[in-house]
Ligand binder design. Structure first.
Ligand code: ATP
Ligand code: MG
Length: 481
């Protein structure tokens, strides 16, 4: 019986190529409707002979501006398997300074096993009619158009019918989770800027080393900021539940050199978000602003640095000569405060995912209150002069020390004088190759003492001016009498 079964299978197996050839030959003589029916029956026959299920992950969605996140995630997941199994490999996402990512080449297949269940992944390619049929013809100049591919690829997952439930449930969840984690760990942040030639976003690889570990700040405040950021990034369901757009605004203010830009880099590194640097003075009008913002991706930080200098949001500012010259060259920006606030508040309801806004300023008092009210700028963070605790973080960064006999003196000086973290960091930097910790700390002490003397001298100077004014007042009063 077994032998008979084996022979039957062998006969069926050897007949299949002949059957396929016959079908293909005759198919061309059939009318279209018959052909479709034949294809359906053929698929059924194949499925009956080989009960397998296929799931396809296409590179693009409805248009080429819509690169599929699932496709990229699958690609990341398959990376190590491809390296181990595929005969032909392809380097993908290779940008300057980025680690090499290898994927299987087109028409390759790799196998995977998860909890004892075996599946296979195939990478195919098809020509893209989508290129010409894009549903967004007006965006053909966008940054995405420069990244688009002439062909569309897909990954096809094949597995036995009997494991349908397991693979579509547990296995695919595992693939997505692993792939996402790999993608996040692998990818460098991007810093997007407006390209002056075509007005769309262009990016550079962003490798700022600043993290919250190396950020000098009072530990309690730092923890509060980190908690706020992490809570926001995980609060998708909460925002949906309360009906709020998933965005959060941070206003960073303080004198130059107190770490505003450094904090933005630390935020980006903490959350793994890209940065969009929005230079408002180079944006023509509200419509251009809207287009740029709609083209930002989720999980990003949209930054407007020195917002008090960006546009006339203060209502009082006079143009500098340099700004006048710039206007003459590029034309005046017609971005208005209301246009700007509109997108800060509303535009994201049309966009998927989360966004963080960061505004920085050296002069918070000059800003229009409407711009920074709570709800728009949810958290106001004052970054100020270096305190002793912040100095200790810098001492650890630069010299790997947590204590030193000179710390007592430094602590005393920090309670008496104002010095920005930027200046403290500069003084702590070794000035020669063989520089040592004592020389650095002494340099800092000397700098702090110089500031202190300067402050003292100023006080004396102020006292002199006060005395002179008092004298002049007295003389005036005597004359009146
Ligand atoms: N809190 C900080 N922790 C660690 N380093 C800091 C900190 N603040 C400033 N620095 C150092 O000082 C340099 C200047 O800081 P940063 O550019 O962030 O200041 P800023 O507040 O953005 O100044 P500006 O208002 O001029 O733009 C940084 O490169 C960094 O090395
Ligand atoms: Mg700055």
């Amino acid at each position: 019986m077994g032998k008979l079964g084996g022979e039957t299978l062998a006969t069926v197996g050897s007949s299949i190529p002949a059957l396929m050839f016959t079908c293909a030959t005759f198919k061309q003589f059939f009318p279209h409707t018959v052909k479709i029916k034949l294809e359906i029956w053929w698929d059924k026959l194949v499925h009956w002979l080989f009960p397998e299920v296929q799931i396809t992950f296409n590179e693009y969605g409805s248009s080429l501006y819509n690169r599929s996140v699932a496709y990229d995630t699958v690609e990341s997941y398959l990376c190590s398997k491809s390296v181990a199994q595929a005969a032909r490999l392809k380097a993908v996402s290779v940008k300057k300074d980025q680690p090499l990512v290898l994927a299987m080449d087109d028409y390759e297949e790799v196998h995977d096993e998860f909890q004892g269940i075996k599946v296979s992944w195939y990478r195919g390619k098809e020509s893209t009619d989508l290129l010409t049929n894009s549903i967004y013809p007006s965006q053909t100049n966008s940054i995405y158009s420069r990244q688009r591919a002439p062909e569309s690829r897909y990954y096809q997952l094949t597995f036995p019918e009997k494991h349908r439930e397991f693979v579509t449930g547990k296995y695919l969840k595992h693939v997505m989770q692993e792939g996402k984690a790999l993608k996040k760990g692998r990818r460098f942040r991007r810093l997007y800027m407006k390209n002056p030639s075509d007005g769309f976003w262009d990016y550079a690889i962003f490798q700022h080393p600043s993290t919250f570990d190396t950020y000098a700040m009072d530990a309690k405040r730092k923890k509060a900021i980190i908690n706020d950021l992490i809570t926001f990034s995980r609060a998708k369901d909460y925002y949906a539940k309360i009906g709020k757009v998933w965005k959060r605004g941070y206003l960073l203010y303080g004198p130059p050199g107190t770490g505003k830009s450094t904090m933005i880099a630390a935020m980006s590194n903490l959350l793994g978000y890209d940065i969009y640097d929005l230079e408002l003075t180079t944006i023509k009008d509200n419509a251009e602003l809207k287009t740029l913002l709609i083209n930002t991706k989720s999980k990003s930080i949209i930054v407007v640095e020195d917002i008090d200098c960006s546009l006339d949001f203060t209502g009082k500012r006079k143009e500098t000569d340099e700004e006048k010259k710039e206007k003459a060259n590029y034309g005046e920006s017609k971005v208005t405060l209301s246009g700007f606030l509109n997108f800060v508040d509303g535009i994201w309801s049309a966009c998927e995912g989360e966004r963080i806004f960061v505004f920085t300023t050296n002069h918070v008092e000059k800003l229009d209150p409407a711009l920074i009210r709570r709800g728009r700028m949810d958290m106001h963070i004052e970054l100020s002069y270096c305190c002793f605790e912040a100095f200790k973080v810098l001492a650890r960064n630069y010299w790997n020390i947590d204590s030193h006999p000179l710390f007592e003196k430094i602590k005393q000086l920090f309670s008496e004088v104002n010095m920005t973290p930027a200046d403290v960091a500069e003084n702590l930097m070794p000035k020669t190759l063989g520089g040592d910790v004592i020389t650095s700390l002494e340099t800092l002490i000397q700098a702090l003492e110089t500031v202190k003397e300067g402050a003292g001298a100023k006080t004396k100077e102020e006292a002199k001016v006060d005395a002179e004014e008092e004298e002049a007042k007295k003389e005036e009063e005597e004359e009146e009498v």
